[in-house]
Write a protein that binds this ligand. Structure first.
Ligand code: ADP
Ligand code: MG
Length: 723
């Protein structure tokens, strides 16, 4: 029995439970993908497509296989004998069948899918799609997808592949998407400016969603995709333009009079790099200007952003204001508090740390110290700072570290706190110069494009699966020397690999897509941790990933930081912020699945101490593009250069939504971005977005009502992909 729709709520915002066939269990499984409402399903973009329509004869396939191609292929065959099922070893079942066309015959084998025997009948014709091999002088087909073939009822040529999680099959998700489209019907309204669509020759939203989920051919899919690229860019720029517009207000009494930082600089144990000094200059001149500062400070991990932010805080304090630094996790907040209390201690400026773990009594004392004449001038903390009872008197500057890691509600509260004060966002996401040109005028950017002198170089290697034993040996060696290792995997759990037991599940096949999708099995953090623990019994192996409770995550991270774990297996949750100088080795599994900037940021997690450090990319991909990308990471350590290269390859989407390479939701972003190599598109999207923001800064005009909803879901979705 389907859930009742909530009256007064738009159809797109109704829970997925209103759709027939989506019961509580499926609802929960969908939620794991970040799908909660009907609109989420409508926008659950396929992560790839299978081109099953391009059927070939067995003769041609045999030729291609002998030439080293591996497919996937699609072929139409007639079954010549009843399937034979055999039980081999414990729990292993294989089902074999022979089939033929006018040019030859093939042997088809399914592993552990005994039920296919019931679906495949002698004399019937099927379309088989999957992985083929040339063995024993014959075409062998392994666990293909089979679809009954009828001349009069053509099968779809292009089949979407959706992200799935445990408890979901491709078929279920695909059907659910269709019922969502039917349910939403007339509410799939256009949210882009008409003249933008005309100028860019883009299809309507209605056409787009149909074509993206059920394309008749490749060109329809491409047309739809182009529109989604534009839309993604437009909303990205719109959300930036709207925040930028809001905070570009007169600085009034917050305009700093005294900008002399010589005593601060003298207290530092080092001198600033040129890039740091330039950034400090830009920040101070903002704060001494007519408008409130709204600036991003970007620079590689380890480039020294904290001390630049500290200079800004010192300038605020010197002028009689307080400053706050907000970090997305407790670990980061602790680290900042420690650094800043050391630095400001020598300058006689009192700092404090306020997080969820701060004891009640201490918290009360801190709140007291932050009032009017209180002596605490700088407070560092997590979102615990955002509760109502925290009132910071004379607040002049809010520094936000890695703001994309905060949830949206927190972010709203954050910017609410920072609304009438100078605002500085720190980010390790390198924003490429070319992109910033377009975004310019929305937020100002300072770049630290130079590392402090004397940093050691991290050696980067690219290896494949044949190195597994040696990799394990290398981990052992690091541990024997008292050092620690990070191992990063693209997926959290087995199910994300897509090799479900359903015969229709072929999600890990190479696909029609710009992004290389390898057949190579994808390492999942959970299983890989198991394997490593088995291979390295003498070591302590732990794992963390975004699906763990945050208290559990923090606990494991703390164990690793304390040196109690030799190996930490994780997804990209460790990408930002943790500082474990004793970690000297990072191994990235299925490296081809990660964005370049992301790999670069991961690399920054090692080499933080004095010991020689290594970054090893494991990839079995033989695709030239994949190899080129990995070589780019090996060949340069300049984050901005890598970002440029990444932009060229993928487009901008990910720079503002930097997350896991394998998204739980909104995965299309990644792919969309791949389709977007068009600076003109970026430029036009920012033009129209800026115009909308200027015409309707509050997004309150009735004509913008559905765009405003879309914007809200854009930010909500961004939030969901952040863990
Ligand atoms: P990130 O940009 O990743 O936040 P941090 O601010 O944490 O980098 O700085 C990394 C390390 O570099 C810190 O230990 C800091 O003290 C040190 N550092 C920063 N600037 C300089 C400098 N100009 N010279 C030497 N060391 C520096
Ligand atoms: Mg930092």
């Amino acid at each position: 029995m389907a859930e009742k729709p909530i009256p007064g709520l738009a159809k797109l915002e109704q829970s997925v439970g209103v759709l027939a066939g989506v019961g509580p269990a499926k609802k929960e499984a969908l939620a794991k993908l970040g799908v909660e409402c009907v609109g989420d399903l409508v926008r659950l973009w396929p992560r790839a497509y299978q081109n099953r329509g391009d059927t070939k004869s067995l003769l041609e396939i045999a030729d291609r296989l002998r030439n080293g191609e591996t497919g996937p292929f699609s072929t139409v065959l007639t079954v010549s004998a009843e399937p034979q099922t055999r039980y081999i070893r414990r729990g292993m079942v294989i089902t074999k069948v022979r089939a033929f066309d006018g040019t030859g015959s093939a042997e088809i084998t399914w592993f552990n899918q005994p039920y296919v025997a019931q679906r495949i009948h002698t004399g019937e014709t099927y379309r088989f799609f999957g992985r083929f091999a040339w063995e024993y002088n014959r075409v062998q087909i392994n666990s293909p997808i089979s679809e009954p073939w009828r001349e009069d009822l053509p099968l779809p040529a292009i089949v979407p592949v959706y992200p799935v999680s445990q408890g979901l099959t491709q078929r279920f998700v695909s059907d659910a998407v269709l019922s969502a489209l039917r349910y939403a019907g007339d509410e799939l309204t256009e949210t882009l400016p008409t003249d933008a669509l005309e100028e860019m020759r883009l299809p309507s939203f209605g056409y787009t969603v149909r074509a993206i989920h059920r394309p008749a051919d490749v060109s329809e899919m491409e047309t739809a995709r182009r529109r989604l690229v534009f839309e993604e860019l437009y909303y990205m720029f719109l959300s930036m333009a709207l925040t930028g517009a809001a905070s570009r207000q007169a600085s009034g009494p917050l305009k700093l009079a005294d900008t002399d930082l010589s005593d601060f600089l003298a207290a530092l144990p080092f001198s600033l790099t040129g890039a740091q000094a330039r950034s400090v200059g830009e920040i101070v001149s903002d704060m001494a200007g007519e408008n409130l500062m709204n600036r991003i400070l970007t620079g590689d991990v380890g480039s020294g952003k904290t001390v630049v932010a500290a200079a800004a805080m010192y300038a605020a304090v010197k002028n009689g204001f307080r400053a706050v630094l907000m970090a997305p996790t407790e670990i980061l907040a602790n680290q900042h508090a420690e650094d800043l209390s050391k630095l400001f201690g020598t300058l006689g400026v009192k700092t404090a740390l306020l997080t969820g773990s701060t004891k009640k009594k201490e918290r009360a004392a801190i709140l007291e110290g932050l009032r009017g004449g209180g002596e605490i001038k700088i407070v560092v903390g997590t979102h615990a700072l955002l509760t109502e009872d925290v009132v910071i008197g004379d607040l002049g500057l809010a520094v936000i570290d890695e703001q994309h890691r905060f949830g949206v509600h927190q972010r709203a509260a954050l910017f609410d706190k920072a609304k009438n004060v100078h605002c500085l966002v720190m980010s390790a996401t390198p924003i490429p110069r070319t992109l910033t040109l377009a975004a310019y005028g929305m937020i100002d950017v300072s770049r630290i494009d130079e590392l402090p002198a004397g940093r050691q170089k991290i050696d980067t290697f690219i290896v494949n699966e044949t190195y597994r034993e040696r990799l394990n040996g290398f981990i052992r060696k690091q541990a024997a020397e008292g050092h620690q290792t990070y191992v990063v995997c693209p997926a959290v759990e087995e199910s994300e690999k897509g090799n479900d037991t359903d015969a229709e599940e072929m999600a890990d096949l190479p696909l029609v897509d710009a992004i290389p999708e390898e057949g190579a099995p994808m390492k999942s953090a959970v299983q890989h941790a198991d394997e490593l623990a088995e291979a390295l019994p003498e070591l302590n192996v732990g794992f963390v990933h975004g699906k763990l409770k945050s208290s559990e995550k923090d606990r494991v991270m703390a164990e690793f930081a304390a040196g109690n774990l030799d190996v930490l297996v994780s997804t990209t949750v460790i990408e930002v912020g943790v500082n474990v100088p004793n970690a000297t080795l990072m191994i990235v599994e299925n490296a081809e699945r990660f964005g370049l900037s992301q790999l670069h940021q991961l690399r920054g997690r090692v080499g933080r101490g004095t010991a020689k450090s290594y970054f090893i990319l494991v990839s079995d991909s033989t695709k030239p593009e994949a190899q080129d990308r990995l070589r780019a990471v090996k060949s340069t350590t300049d984050g901005f250069e890598i970002a440029e290269y990444d932009l060229e390859l993928r487009g901008p989407g990910d720079f503002f939504n930097e997350t896991g390479a394998i998204r739980q939701h909104g995965q299309m972003n990644f792919r969309l971005a791949a389709a977007c190599r068009d600076p003109h598109m970026i430029e036009r999207a920012s033009h129209y977005a800026r115009r909308t923001a200027e015409e309707d800064p509050g997004m309150t005009k009735p004509a913008n009502a559905s765009a405003a909803r879309r914007l809200a879901s854009f930010t909500r979705r961004t939030e969901k992909t952040q863990n």
